[in-house]
Design a protein around this ligand. Structure first.
Ligand SMILES: Cc1cc2nc3c(=O)[nH]c(=O)nc-3n(C[C@H](O)[C@H](O)[C@H](O)COP(=O)(O)OP(=O)(O)OC[C@H]3O[C@@H](n4cnc5c(N)ncnc54)[C@H](O)[C@@H]3O)c2cc1C
Length: 443
C-alpha cells in the first residue's frame, strides 16, 4: 500500500487551527486535510472558555488600539459573527452583552470624550454615556450605598451587539462543519503530540508520539509550541518567547455586561475588566492579570523545559527584559502581578484594582478562579531587541508556516486562517470559491 500524503496538515486544534480546517474544507477544492492535536479534544488550551476572556474584540472598547488597528480587528470580528449566522447552535457559541470602556477621573473622561469623536465614524453604534446613563446599564459601576460615586465617569458603549464568544464551542463547530463535507477526506488525529517535523523532497514527515503523518504543506498553530517546532527545524531562531499568563477572579453577579477600563499606554498588556462568565452561571469574572510565567502552557509544568528551549536567553533577550524593567509603570505592574498569585494577599490586592469598576466590591465577594487562565505567547524579536505585541507568522518559504497568536488571536481566528488558506492554496495550485467567501464571511 502506498503511504498517504495529505495535501495539508494543520498542527494544533485550537480555535486558529480549526478555523483553517473549516475554511479549507468549505471554500477550497483542497481534498485531503489532516488536523493533528495532542489532547483528546480541540481547544483545550488557550482557546478554552476557561482560559481566555471570552471577548470578541471589535476595537471599540480597547483604548490601546489605534483607529487603524481597531478597524482591522472589527473586520476580523465580523467574520466570526457572519460565520455563526447559519449555525444551528449559534446561541451556545456567541453571546450579546452590553459592553463599555469606563473612564474614571477627569483625565480618562477627557480621553474617552476625544476618542468618541474619532471612533464614532467607524463604530456607528457607539454611544458616549454619562454617569446617569451608565448607572442604568451597570448600577454597580456607579452606585455606592445608594449614592453615585464621587469621581467623574464616562463610558464608550456598544449595547446591542455580539460581544462574547465561547471559543471552545466555536472550534468544535468548525470541526463539525468541516466534517459535514462528504466530498473531502478529513482526518482528525487527536491524542497525537507532534515531536518533530522533517522536510524531504517537498514532503513533510510529521512525527507524533505514535505515528508519522505526511503532508505536502503544513500550518502549525500550536501556540507557544509553534516556535518550538519552528526552531527544531532551524527557523525563527531570531525570536524568543515570553509567556504571559493571565489569572481571573470571581465575584457574585455584579455586572450585566463587559466593562473594560482605560489602558495605561505604558503597559503592553490589556487592562483589567469584568464581565459575566459564559461558562459559569451567576458569576462575574474579573481579570486577566499579566504574570510572567516560565511555561508554554498554564498548569502544565512539563512545558517549563520547552519554555527554556524557546527562551534562548542571550544578551538581546536580556536587553528586552531590561528595557521593560526600566519603565517604572511596567516594573511595578510586573511585581504587582506576581503578588496577584500569592494566596492570602492576592484577593485583597486584586479587589483594590477591581474597585475601579465596582467601587462597592468587598473582600469576601472575591475568589481566585482556580484552574482558569491561559498563557499569551508574546514573541521577542532579538534582531531589534523588542517585545512584539499581537500575532506573528514565520514563513520560511518551504511550504510550512508557523503561527503564534496571543490576544486578540481568538477573535482573529478566521482572518488569520484566511491568510493561511491562501498560502496553502497557492502552494498546492488549488482554488478558492472567492464569490462564496465574499457573500458569506465578508459581506
Ligand atoms: C488570559 C487570556 C485572555 C485572553 N482573552 C482573549 C479574548 O478575550 N479574546 C480573544 O480574541 N483572545 C483572547 N486571548 C487570546 C486567545 O486565547 C488566543 O489568541 C487563542 O486562543 C489562540 O488560539 P490558537 O489556536 O492559536 O492556540 P491554542 O488555543 O493555544 O491552541 C493550540 C493547540 O495546539 C496544540 N498543540 C500544542 N503543541 C502541540 C504539539 N506539539 N502537537 C500537537 N498539538 C499541539 C494544543 O494542545 C492546543 O490545542 C486571551 C489569552 C489569554 C491567555
Amino acid at each position: 500500500m502506498t503511504e498517504q500524503v495529505h495535501d495539508v496538515a494543520i498542527i494544533g486544534g485550537g480555535v486558529c487551527g480549526t478555523a483553517l480546517l473549516y475554511l479549507l474544507s468549505e471554500y477550497t477544492d483542497v481534498q485531503n486535510i489532516a488536523l493533528i492535536e495532542k489532547y483528546d479534544d480541540v481547544a483545550k488550551v488557550n482557546s478554552h472558555g476557561r482560559n481566555n476572556s471570552q471577548t470578541l474584540h471589535c476595537g471599540d472598547i480597547e483604548t490601546n488600539y489605534t483607529l487603524e488597528k481597531a478597524a482591522k480587528v472589527k473586520a476580523a470580528a465580523e467574520m466570526v459573527v457572519n460565520y455563526t449566522e447559519t449555525l444551528a447552535q449559534r446561541d451556545k457559541v456567541i453571546f450579546k452583552y452590553p459592553k463599555m470602556v469606563l473612564g474614571v477621573g477627569e483625565k480618562e473622561c477627557q480621553q474617552l470624550r476625544e476618542r468618541f469623536e474619532t471612533f464614532k465614524t467607524v463604530f456607528t453604534t457607539m454611544q458616549l454615556l454619562e454617569k446617569e446613563q451608565i448607572a442604568e446599564i451597570e448600577p454597580n459601576v456607579i452606585m455606592v450605598d445608594g449614592k453615585m460615586r464621587e469621581e467623574p465617569c464616562v463610558a464608550l458603549a456598544v449595547l446591542d451587539e455580539y460581544s462574547a464568544v465561547d471559543f471552545h464551542q466555536l472550534a468544535q463547530s468548525f470541526v463539525g462543519e468541516a466534517n459535514k463535507r462528504q466530498d473531502k477526506a478529513i482526518s482528525l488525529f487527536l491524542n497525537n503530540q507532534v515531536e518533530e517535523i522533517v522536510e524531504n523532497g517537498g514532503v513533510f514527515s510529521i512525527m507524533t508520539t505514535d505515528k508519522v503523518i505526511k503532508a505536502k504543506t503544513v500550518v502549525v498553530s500550536a501556540g507557544g509550541h509553534s516556535l518550538l517546532l519552528a526552531q527544531q527545524m532551524g527557523y525563527g531562531l531570531e525570536f524568543s518567547c515570553l509567556p504571559v499568563a493571565g489569572s481571573f477572579y470571581f465575584t457574585p453577579p455584579l455586572l450585566n455586561g463587559k466593562v473594560y477600563t482605560v489602558q495605561n499606554d505604558k503597559l503592553p498588556f490589556a487592562a483589567v475588566h469584568g464581565d459575566p462568565d459564559v461558562l459559569v452561571d451567576g458569576k462575574t469574572r474579573f481579570g486577566p492579570t499579566a504574570l510572567l510565567l516560565p511555561m508554554l502552557e498554564r498548569y502544565n509544568s512539563k512545558t517549563f523545559i520547552e519554555f527554556l528551549r524557546v527562551l534562548k536567553l542571550d544578551r538581546r533577550v536580556f536587553k528586552v527584559f531590561w528595557d521593560l524593567f526600566k519603565v517604572s509603570d511596567i516594573r511595578n505592574y510586573i511585581f504587582k502581578n506576581f503578588l496577584f498569585e500569592v494566596p492570602g494577599l492576592r484577593r485583597w490586592l486584586f479587589m483594590k484594582d477591581a474597585r475601579k469598576i465596582v467601587p462597592s466590591l468587598k473582600l469576601e465577594d472575591v475568589t481566585f478562579a482556580k484552574g482558569f487562565g491561559g498563557v499569551r505567547p508574546q514573541l521577542i524579536d532579538k534582531k531589534s531587541a523588542k517585545l512584539m505585541l499581537g500575532e506573528a507568522k514565520i514563513n520560511p518559504g518551504t511550504g510550512i508556516v508557523f503561527n503564534m497568536t496571543p490576544s486578540p488571536g481568538a477573535t482573529s481566528c478566521l482572518e488569520n486562517a484566511e491568510l493561511d488558506m491562501r498560502f496553502v492554496v497557492e502552494r498546492l495550485g488549488a482554488s478558492i470559491d472567492e464569490a462564496r467567501l465574499k457573500q458569506t464571511l465578508h459581506k
